[in-house]
Design a protein around this ligand. Structure first.
Ligand SMILES: C[S@@+](CC[C@H](N)C(=O)[O-])C[C@H]1O[C@@H](n2cnc3c(N)ncnc32)[C@H](O)[C@@H]1O
Length: 357
């Protein structure tokens, strides 16, 4: 997912490479401006990555090494300003990091705020045996490596990763209204890509909450229409505010999608949606495990009732076992094209891409 988007956005001369030991990160050499990373929708965060062939972090305070870190900090600041920084590193409260913080403060004027610093600087054991000064940008947290492998007797050195921007890329500027249980925008963007973005699509977002999926879909490209349905007035108010901040338009409908059916006309219409996006309630937030079967079975039926011939439906859920069971029982309505496991704050929800049968 991220790989495809990185290739699309940067058209890099060299393909992005997987990061050793991680399944949620990529490393890519940027040929164009670093600011292009702000165009990534499916990356949680991007970092300028530096590798140092040094035995311990203390060596990073020496002139040449420090200059490279300062350059990377300025590269990040040129893309988006920050007023403070913090380290994410084992031993970040040690005297060595206090010294490094003083030097970075002197060089950049940024305040060292160990708890809430905006610009994140990660320092960790390197994955590569040799030095490589090139700036790279990555999705999510990452550690570059490639086919070189790592000989057991070679000191791996240290990597310094300077995040681009004061906030993760997943923190969208359009999110002006918070909503409990709001979907991570990076996951929403991935769902939108999985569902396909077609200008002629009539898009329906059942249980739309604060409008994350609608915002990400409409920012990804034009749509013939976009409709969000939710029972909660609070959710619809939040969605209205977020969609306005994103400068996109959707019709919002207050309705219970499990007990009411789409009408023959109007915005939420039977058989008239090409893409249905769903983020149903899950245990503890807007729902409970006991009702999960009813909710998932019901929303699959509601999505199918609204679906046009050939429609796609993309669902994210934490209730994986429940969803699998409901999909087996709904095999006359939807066929499963693809599933994707995603990571969200310690949870592992799953995304299902379905085709109307
Ligand atoms: C996990 S939240 C969706 C969050 C949303 N994706 C966002 O980013 O804000 C689930 C939503 O389903 C709504 N909901 C629960 N039962 C519903 C029903 N029967 N009909 C319509 N909406 C329902 C809740 O009000 C809640 O907003």
């Amino acid at each position: 997912m991220l790989h495809d988007e990185v290739v699309e956005v940067f058209a890099p001369r060299r393909a992005p490479v997987d990061v050793a030991g991680r399944d949620d990160a990529l490393a890519v050499r940027l040929d164009g401006p670093l600011a292009d990373v702000l165009r990534l929708r499916t990356a949680v965060a991007a970092y300028v990555s530096l590798h140092f062939d040094v035995p311990r972090p203390r060596s990073l305070t020496s002139g040449d090494h420090l200059a490279r870190i300062v350059d990377a900090v300025y590269a990040s600041l040129r893309v988006a300003g920050s007023s403070s920084f913090r380290f994410e590193a084992a031993g970040s409260d040690s005297a060595v990091f206090a010294r490094l913080a003083d030097l970075l403060h002197d060089a950049t004027g940024l305040l060292h705020d160990p708890a809430d610093g905006q610009l994140v600087i990660r320092v960790r054991r390197g994955a590569r045996p040799t030095g490589d000064a090139r700036p790279t940008a990555r999705g999510a947290r990452s550690r570059p490596d490639d086919a070189r492998g790592r000989a057991a007797d070679v000191d791996p050195g240290w990597d310094v990763l300077v995040r681009v921007g004061p906030r993760p890329l997943s923190a969208r500027t359009w999110r002006v209204a918070d909503y409990p249980g709001a979907l991570n925008a990076t996951i929403a963007a991935a769902m939108v890509r999985l569902g396909g973005v077609r200008d002629e699509d009539r898009v329906l977002n059942l249980m739309c909450g604060s409008g994350t999926l609608l915002a990400e879909r409409l920012l990804a490209g034009p749509a013939a229409s976009a409709v969000g349905v939710d029972t909660s007035a609070e959710a619809l108010d939040a969605a209205r505010a977020n969609l306005a901040a994103a400068h996109v338009r959707a019709t919002l409908v207050a309705a219970d999608v499990l007990t009411s059916a789409p009408g023959p006309d109007g915005p939420w219409q039977a058989g008239a949606s090409d893409l249905v996006l769903v983020d149903p309630p899950w245990s503890g937030l807007h729902g409970d495990h006991a009702s999960a079967v009813d909710v998932h079975a019901g929303v699959l039926r509601a999505a199918r009732a609204a679906a046009a011939p050939g429609a796609r439906c993309v669902v994210v859920t934490h209730e994986v076992k429940v969803m699998e069971r409901c999909l087996r029982e709904a095999s006359a309505l939807w066929s499963v094209r693809e599933t994707l496991r995603v990571f969200a704050k310690g949870h592992h929800p799953r995304v299902y891409v379905l085709d109307a049968v």
